[in-house]
Design a protein around this ligand. Structure first.
Ligand code: VG1
Ligand code: CO
Length: 548
């Protein structure tokens, strides 16, 4: 009989205090996670705080990065010691975030632990992370993560069981003490879900017939899903899926699907003329980038296009409850929602804020400017789902991505949009820049800004329409008379210093110039925010690190 042990430890609790409460997990450098008892103490806090652990089912897996497998070896015996009835994990521990969300819902689990630092780089020199999802399949709520954070500060021991490592090389059923460990193929259930949402025959007739496209998994979790879906099931030619094997360090790539970190793919579509369509997903499979020949689809526009063409997809052809976007996401979807006569909600950054709206059937589709789109099929953003959605629209409308975008703008107008990220800034510099700007906002109202005048400026405050909870301080907003907007935020997911994000948006109606380069269309806003917030002066950076 194996008995559970109480293992005392003494880690420096200050290692947790810089983790901003409210983010849906712990994201740190791999080296920080290697500190003795560091992972264990966070997992202990989860098991002490998550409702339903005793006798409950837990889903466990990750994006395959360095530390994925060894973390599973740590978590399984701890789960057993805390009375979990069954853990569902996957072959090689490979499980994308949206697939995990689906498994939690299918198996009525009390939650899921996803081992990923999402779009952050991996490997010994990169980052590792633990994301916690709740019983609805979505990122843990703010109140739960706050409780976990508080719990980490008073821990001095954790519970585990000594046992041998469970093999994950093929499906099987094992036991640790009285806990069942079910190792499943993590891909099948996800594919079944997709088959229920989309018309696979229609997508297949497009992509198996002279429609060269490329899907780049960036050596991360979506490779095995994409291989089985696009090449095996839908008949895309072999080689369509690139970088399709999950590697512990993502082959040195940064698994963030944007024009900087997925440049190889972007060049194929934007400079070449061989491919009709290109897509990439991030480390844990919840983000997506969509490209057509000669056309990058800005994620805010992507959300608007999915919404206006939802009738092409069997799962959404009966209409949408409503839609939602995060505050910094452009208002392109708002215009579509107005035209469709449905509500459009504006939430703070982070998927967890969509959960209540989805559960209450107020919205069907939602998205963020940061390459995240999803729907009520799970409670996470879903990269491969977005790619299938786009393919379904193209198959249905028999047009190119560029033609579809042009048609969209000609009808709704265009929201020129860009995000400028300044990464790895000294934390104090970033915070003092932000605080200075916040203090200036009230007196800026009525002042000239770019080619317009500021008519509203504040720090975004969100009142959840379902549970009335309040979330303050979600980003500085400068709203102009001509409907342009500039938003300034500090990232909550970076691990080195601080990341400052500047979001720029300008609306041009259908009669205006719809074919400008966004950086040109936004030039007056870019220079105005730089002088107003003293960005280059204070950060000593002459350019943003990433421009999207
Ligand atoms: C970023 C994005 C945000 C996204 C979050 C998690 O947060 O801006 O939109 O929800 O990452 O994405 P921040 O605080 O760095 O701006 V990921 O793909 O964990 O899964
Ligand atoms: Co992600």
């Amino acid at each position: 009989m194996i008995s559970s042990e109480h293992i005392p430890f003494n880690i420096p609790f200050s290692s947790f205090t810089d983790q901003k409460p409210g983010t849906s997990g712990l994201r740190k450098s791999t080296k920080q996670f290697q500190q003795t008892h560091y992972l264990e103490s966070f997992i202990e806090a989860i098991f002490r705080t998550l409702p339903g652990v005793d006798g409950g089912v837990l889903v466990l897996g990750g994006d395959g990065r360095y530390g994925n497998r060894s973390a599973i070896d740590v978590i399984l015996p701890m789960a057993a010691a805390h009375g979990i009835k069954k853990v569902i994990t996957t072959v090689d521990g490979i499980l994308s975030t949206p697939a995990a969300s689906n498994l939690i819902r299918l198996n009525k689990a009390v939650g899921g632990i996803i081992l990923s630092a999402s779009h952050n780089s991996g490997g010994i020199e990169g980052d590792f992370g633990v994301k916690l999802n709740g019983a609805n399949g979505g990122p843990a709520s703010e109140s739960l993560t706050n409780e976990i954070f508080i719990c980490t500060q008073t821990l001095n021991e954790y519970k585990s069981i000594s046992c041998t490592s469970i093999p994950l090389d093929s499906p099987g059923v094992y036991k640790i003490s009285s806990m069942i460990v079910e190792v499943i193929d993590g891909i099948e259930d996800y594919i079944l879900l997709m088959q229920n949402l989309f018309d696979f025959d229609q997508i297949s007739s497009l992509i198996s017939n002279d429609f060269p496209f490329a899907f780049d998994a960036l050596n991360a979790v979506t490779g095995p899903y994409a291989n089985r879906l696009f090449e095996n099931l839908l008949g895309a030619p072999q080689g369509t899926v690139r970088k399709g094997i999950p590697l512990e360090d993502f082959g040195g790539c940064h698994p963030d699907p944007n024009l900087t970190y997925a440049k190889d793919l972007a060049d194929l579509l934007l400079k070449g003329n061989q491919l009709m369509f290109g897509a990439a997903c991030d480390g844990d499979g919840d983000r997506n980038m969509i490209l057509g020949q000669g056309c990058f689809v800005n994620p805010s526009d992507s959300l608007a296009v999915l919404t206006s063409n939802a009738n092409c997809v069997p799962a959404y052809c009966d209409g949408l409850f409503g839609v939602a976007r995060s505050m910094p996401t452009s208002a392109a979807v708002d215009v579509v929602a107005k035209d469709l006569g449905i509500n459009c909600y504006e939430t703070p950054t982070g998927w967890k804020f969509f959960g209540n709206l989805l559960d209450a059937q107020k919205i069907t589709i939602c998205g963020e400017e940061s390459f995240g789109t999803g729907s009520n099929h799970v409670r996470e953003k879903d990269g491969i789902w977005a790619v299938l959605f786009w393919l379904q629209i193209l198959a249905n409308k028999k047009c190119s991505v560029l033609d579809l975008m042009k048609e969209h703008w000609a009808f709704y107008g265009r929201h020129y949009y860009s995000r400028h990220d300044y990464e790895s800034i000294d934390s104090e510099t970033a915070h003092s820049l932000y605080e200075r700007l916040e203090a200036l906002l009230p007196s800026s109202i009525g002042q000239h800004f770019g080619n317009s005048i500021i008519n509203h400026a504040d720090n975004f405050n969100y009142k959840d329409p379902i549970d009335n909870s309040n979330t303050a301080g979600q980003g500085l907003r400068i709203l102009l008379e001509d409907n342009s907007r500039v938003i300034v935020r500090l990232s909550g997911t970076g691990t080195k210093g601080a990341t400052l994000r500047i979001y720029l948006e300008k609306y041009v109606n259908p009669k205006g110039n719809l074919t400008q380069n966004p950086q040109v269309a936004l030039a007056d806003l870019i220079s105005s925010i730089d002088s107003f917030a003293e960005i280059k002066l204070r950060t000593q950076m002459s350019h943003p690190t990433v421009i999207t």
